[in-house]
Design a binder for this molecule. Structure first.
Ligand SMILES: Cc1ncc(COP(=O)(O)O)c(C=O)c1O
Length: 384
């Protein structure tokens, strides 16, 4: 069945006793046992809950995965992925650190998580969109590659089949964070990834009202590990959030389509604007990752980053916007404008951010569902 059909009918028909078209919310933490040694299949909601189960089953189908698991946030899902793939060494010397080659421009929280809580992972930051760089990085032993597509916030595009071949040639795994494009545009596992991971807080949730994450694995053994960690560490998605997410998924494909259309118009408007030095949007024909993304994804998504010519103009833009909200998330129906250097990426440190170009002139837009004319005139008055 097509992704759009699966999404439109998210959760429908599971409750065959009542025929409920909308999946009911099973707001119960505990389940009664029919007899000693017998279970309905549900014992305790951290381990399994019907509403979450239906959501996870749907997500596994969308991702062509052996198993997909819903977590309390995107970072909780990332935490589970790193725990599942990287075993802490038995001795405490950390002599057996395993190498992870990872996008150098990526969500700052992923950087913070890895640098603070996984001393047994040797992080090797690289431009995962540059094949020459990746060839050199791949010459030394490594255990996994992690890439965002496109990267947050510079929107660089990696070649998933190429990274998959490089990883597998070295008996390593490929992890793709597909938060920005979602299953509507691209299925990482279909293109060769071993694990796909998501902040479902963003487009999947889509309404700036919930926190959630997903991790999906191609291989059944890795999927079982994720499921085990989900229950054992306990960062599960609760029933109400699972229900909200099922509800949001029904409209994901139309939201993505409209938000992408608005983004293209904004990227075109910003290109050549007298106050703007550079626009980052892989949906523009002369953008560096345009053809590579078009070969892998249905659309370029709805994030547009840009650099102002003058740093002094940036605080004024943030104060003057009225339709865009100055806030630090993305993917919702409401358009947001973010200053990554101080908000989402602050933990990466000034030196690295400066080197990457995430500076005092750099802004990221999450384009929502509003009328494009309202968004364009808001930017027009804010940039004046
Ligand atoms: C690409 C990406 N991955 C993961 C995360 C973390 O997700 P969450 O905020 O749901 O924990 C974010 C958050 O902004 C993100 O942008």
């Amino acid at each position: 069945m097509d992704t759009e059909t699966l999404l439109a009918q998210a959760g429908s028909g599971w409750d065959y006793r009542t025929g409920a078209v909308s999946m009911p919310l099973y707001q119960s933490a505990v389940y009664k046992h029919p007899a000693l040694g017998k279970s309905t299949g549900y014992d305790y909601t951290r381990t399994s809950n019907p509403t979450r189960f239906v959501l996870e089953e749907l997500f596994a189908k969308l991702e062509q995965a052996s198993g997909a698991y819903a977590f309390s946030s995107g970072l909780a899902a990332l935490d589970a992925v790193f725990r599942a793939l990287f075993q802490p060494p038995d001795n405490k010397s950390l002599a057996k650190r395993e190498r992870l080659i990872i996008s150098e421009d990526l969500y700052g929280g992923t950087f913070r998580l890895l640098e603070n809580f996984f001393p047994h992972i040797e992080t090797d930051y690289a431009d995962t969109s540059d094949k020459k760089v990746m060839e050199e990085k791949g010459a030394k032993p490594f255990s996994a590659i992690f890439a965002e597509i496109p990267t947050n916030p510079l929107l660089k595009v990696c070649d998933i089949p190429y990274l998959s071949a490089l990883a597998h040639k070295n008996s390593a795994k490929l992890i793709i964070d597909n938060t920005f494009l979602t299953s509507v545009n691209l299925c990482p596992i279909e293109l060769g990834a071993d694990i796909s991971v998501y902040s479902a807080t963003k487009y999947l949730g889509g309404h700036n009202d919930l926190l959630a994450g997903f991790a999906a694995a191609k291989d059944a053994v890795v999927a079982e590990k994720l499921k085990y960690i989900q229950n054992a560490a306990g960062a599960v998605l609760n029933p109400f959030e699972s229900w909200l997410l099922l509800r949001s998924l029904k409209s994901l494909s139309v939201r993505m389509e409209r938000q992408t259309e608005n983004s293209r118009k904004i990227a075109e408007y910003l290109t050549g604007h007298t106050a703007v030095a550079k626009v980052y949007y892989p949906g523009l024909k002369d953008a560096p990752g345009y053809s590579l993304l078009a070969a892998q994804s249905k659309s370029a998504g709805a994030i547009v980053s840009f650099e102002l010519k003058r740093a002094e103009a940036l605080p004024k833009v943030l104060e003057k916007v009225k339709v865009f909200s100055f806030a630090e998330s993305l993917g919702g129906t409401e358009s947001l404008i973010t200053f990554p250097k101080l908000q989402t990426h602050a933990d990466m440190g000034e030196e690295l951010l400066e080197k990457l170009g995430i500076n005092d002139r750099f802004l990221r837009l999450s384009v929502g569902l509003e009328a494009s004319d309202d968004l364009l005139s808001d930017l027009e008055q804010a940039l004046r």
